[in-house]
Design a protein around this ligand. Sequence first.
Ligand SMILES: [Zn+2]
Length: 461
Amino acid sequence: MLERTSGVLNWEMRTGKTRTTLHAHNNRLNAGRSRDLVVVGPSTALGVWPEEAEAMRLGLSFVRCYGTKESTRRLVPDPTNWPDWMPRVYLINPEILPYWLGWFQEHLEVEQFNLVADESHVYLRCTTGQTQRYIAFDALAKGTDRVWELSGTWYVNSALDIYWQLRPFGSSNNPFFFTKKACFKAPWAKDRKNAACGRCFACRYCNAAPNPFAQTGLSYTGIRNEDELWAKLPNVLALREEEVRAIALPDRFPVWVGEGDAAWPDADLPDSVLDAEQQALVPAKIRLTQAYLAQLRAGELAYVERPDRPLVEHHEPVVIFGWHRAYTEGLARVLDCPVITGDTSVRDRDRIRHDFAAGKLPLLVGNLQSAGLGIDLSAARWFLYGEPRRDAALHYQAEARGRGPKQKAKTLRHAYLLIRGSVDATIWRHRLHRGDDIERFYTAGRDVGREAGGRFLEEVR
Ligand SMILES: [Zn+2]
């Protein structure tokens, strides 16, 4: 689909989006339909592109743009001696894009390049609209029919964020191109003359709220008529195809850390039974989690891709999720590390969260629900799950905590510690690993991305 048109890739997995886009570009390149690729994005996001292209063995040549003034502008590496026909991938920060616009317009051939806005919500949405970087991106976008925006948090404050991000697609790919943006009239006004129109984008898809600080006396927030909005954007929600799913899953694997004695029936059992049985496993689970952690740090695991080297360095943070109080608190005592459960006070929670993000804590134990929602755990790349729950969505939300914009690792590791021949096997086989639950994972993750992800990004940037 991307190869045919402009669109937004709107899912959480960072490498999935990058790879899909590179794949689409490469196909167009091989078919002779386009030559260059321009990737606009924050520095942290740009670093991923050459790495992924290499992992995919695409053989693309990357050039990074630096500097603002004509005298300081430079390309690294310097492509001066490259043959003219050689395709290039330009990487550039949105901040300096305005200074490079003229150069690009001179050096790129119209309709012969694809344009990517990575993390587009950071610099192309409502509050950043009409800035120099927005205008520059929009101008550059006029030169191509293939504008691909990548964002896991497509709207942050209001549906107007979406309106702005759609603009660069131009009239043929943006169904709202000719729609009036906002009338800025109050829906609560009594007289006809000042009443809201009901037809503009803001009236239709946002909530109006009084705002005495705004010139217009109101501001638009949130999103409404959401189903209708999505329905009008079929080229926008290019949600994970098979290919992406295959990339996303190997980072999440079951580890059989012990042997149980009961042979569990191959059936879907009631939650109460599963829960009681899992509670009984807590002492064994604490021991096994300790042992597994020690093995990770010693590099003694059989499947290690780099033999003789520890998978986790001693100072590298690891997050361990559990469910039962006996497990989380018991483990925290044994490992002498902080724990976040439903009982943790807001103050303690904030302090732990802050210390963890700052890299001061090598270990953190948390309850899947209390620590698995709304906390940035992107300082870690290893996540252990000592007590898998039947609720796949809960796990997906917890897994998503590691995918903040500060995440430096290319792959996150989610290891599920299970006891063979125990109730764990039943949970894994029947509840967690089932295809439809994995599907639910993604839906839940997307929703969480919209709610928590939006706020979170606001905090960080
Ligand atoms: Zn209106």
